[in-house]
Design a protein around this ligand. Sequence first.
Ligand code: ZN
Length: 242
Amino acid sequence: MRYALLSDIHGNIEALEAVVDEFSRHKVDECLCLGDIVGYGADPKECIRTVQFLKPRVCVAGNHEWGITGRLGLDYFNENARMSLEWTQKVLDENEIEYLKSFPLVYNSDEFTIVHGSLEKPEEFSYVSDKEDASRTLVIMKTRVCFLGHSHIAGIYYSDREKIISPKVTRLTLERGRRYIINVGSIGQPRDFDPRASFAVYDTGKNIVEIIRVNYDIKSAQGKIIKAGLPARLALRLSNGT
Ligand code: ZN
């Protein structure tokens, strides 16, 4: 089975469509969605519709889903995020809100775990941004690999005896006896200084994970953010991947 792992789409339909266009080249069988489909971007409805069309095996909830559906107070978010959440709440209809409400916080299969932020109190949406953060999720994991997003920074961590290693690679074979955390990066608002959309493909037969970057029409996404009256910073940051 070859899974595409999609995270932090953030209402950016141009980026999501560019990623979906790569599915046939990477022989994707099924999708897994790691949360934050909406927020920041100007196309939340189109992104929800596209995710539903893809029929992901599961979609876990991100902090933006929890913000929009009222499970997380808006004071959790910074000003730009709050403004975009309030705008998104107005744009979405009841069915779309109900769909976002239906996501679990964590999903476990025999082969992998998925969560938006971290396994340590997943309802608090902590970040896995460094080896210390990774170590706390690595000890909780019950499967060999955990996929997550939230920081918008693609990266890999694994435990090797007592040490946590974070190799600078984009393609990795999962080895027996090790546990892995794969941050798949963000489709709609990358923050690792690479503005291209980021997602991952996991081949469960070959035990290979690959992080893939895709160019998309950034100018179009930016134009819609400005036209919608959303904060200009949300458009500007797409150009430089911050
Ligand atoms: Zn996010």
